[in-house]
Design a protein around this ligand. Structure first.
Ligand SMILES: Nc1ncnc2c1ncn2[C@@H]1O[C@H](COP(=O)(O)OP(=O)(O)OP(=O)(O)O)[C@@H](O)[C@H]1O
Length: 339
């Protein structure tokens, strides 16, 4: 659906060049909700703006629905862009126009009839839960409502791709949740491919199925959300994951353990079915070890449960090794933590 192939983007400002993107490649399939996460300055905005040709690559190519964007004439490009909607952090609504008229803008530009515009806007107002706000002005709306108008406007021309540039960054957590639910509904109801850029891992966790992590103009890690959350490799990815899954052993616990010989500390990771099996119970019944659960949590990602547990085992070393092997045999990942 969208392919970015080895793209470099260099800006020149006051005689200095800034490499915003350095050899970025990614593939977004139809129906994906693809999240790009990174700290400020990583190159996320530049990347998303390539997809609707608001930015042109210095080198490399961007393909949308199999076609290279650089191969289009300006007129063809305008046609392609109609199939790509975009929403923004600060909504970009016209303050002097009502909600109805803001949503109608793309349809007016497409020279649709008044009747068609009324029907489509009414449908979108309903879909986004704004029917009672049609005659209101943006300044009379909350941030969440403004973003709903932005979303309705982006959907007006029936796009097949929706680009979301930090669309929830100006919103509180509850409103963020409702906007993300709306995006998910759009993805499912209209089969629209969504690309989201964000600096919040919770956004990725809530709706994305794929994720790419960016740093200094490069993609440092990408994959299925469940895989990346379950086994983040790069330290930056690990610190993003830790903002939503807290599984590091507190230093105070490590300090206590140093003083306790014969006790060993393990981190367990359960995915899917394994998370609901009574493995610890079986462990205690089968092996001569004392088990102390220091920490446990469960997170839902992509309708799959990801469980994390830190436990201490006390007993003969060989028995602890057998117990650890038993845990692995149950499909649970286990790593020993050095105290
Ligand atoms: N039009 C421009 N002219 C010059 N430099 C630019 C331009 N746009 C972006 N940059 C630079 O490119 C780099 C990447 O910026 P970009 O906005 O893509 O990052 P970002 O990850 O979206 O950051 P943020 O979350 O702060 O928006 C930054 O160093 C930025 O200053």
């Amino acid at each position: 659906m969208i392919e970015i192939r080895n793209v470099h983007k260099t800006f020149t400002r006051k005689g200095q060049s800034i490499e915003a993107l350095r050899g970025v490649s990614l593939n977004i399939a139809k129906g994906d909700i693809f999240g790009v996460i990174g700290y400020s300055g990583a190159g996320k905005s530049t990347l998303i703006r390539l997809v609707n040709y608001l930015e042109r690559p210095t080198s490399g190519e961007v393909f949308v629905q199999g076609e290279p964007l650089s191969g289009y004439s300006p007129a063809e490009l305008r046609q392609v862009k109609k199939k790509i909607g975009m929403i923004f952090q600060h909504f970009n609504l016209l303050e002097s126009k009502t909600v109805f008229d803001n949503i109608a803008i793309p349809l007016v530009l497409l020279k649709k009839s008044k009747q068609e515009i009324r029907e489509r806007v009414t449908e979108l107002l309903e879909f986004t839960g704004l029917s009672d706000k049609a005659a209101s002005y943006p300044k009379e709306l909350s941030g969440g409502q403004k973003q709903r108008v932005g979303i309705a406007r982006a959907l007006a021309s029936n796009p097949s791709i929706l680009l979301c540039d930090e669309a929830t960054s100006a919103l509180d957590p509850q409103t963020t949740k409702s906007i993300l639910e709306l995006l998910k509904r759009i993805n499912e109801a209209y089969n629209i491919t969504i690309m989201i850029i964000t600096h919040e891992m919770a956004v990725i966790q809530q709706i994305c199925n794929k994720v790419a992590v960016m740093e200094r103009g490069e993609i440092i890690e990408q994959g299925n959300v469940l895989d990346v959350f379950g086994s983040p490799h790069h330290p930056t990815t690990q610190s993003f994951v830790q903002t939503v899954i807290h599984n590091s052993v507190p230093q105070s616990v490590l300090n206590t353990l140093k003083a306790e010989n014969g006790r060993r500390l393990f981190k367990l990771k359960f995915v899917g079915g394994a998370a609901s099996e009574p493995i610890i119970n079986s462990l205690i019944r089968r092996f001569e070890v004392n088990v102390n659960i220091l920490f446990a949590n469960m997170t839902e990602i992509q309708q799959t449960t990801l469980g994390n547990m830190i436990l201490q085992m006390h007993g003969e070393n060989t028995v602890i090794d057998q117990a650890a092997a038993f845990i692995v045999s149950q499909g649970v990942e286990i790593t020993e933590v050095e105290a």
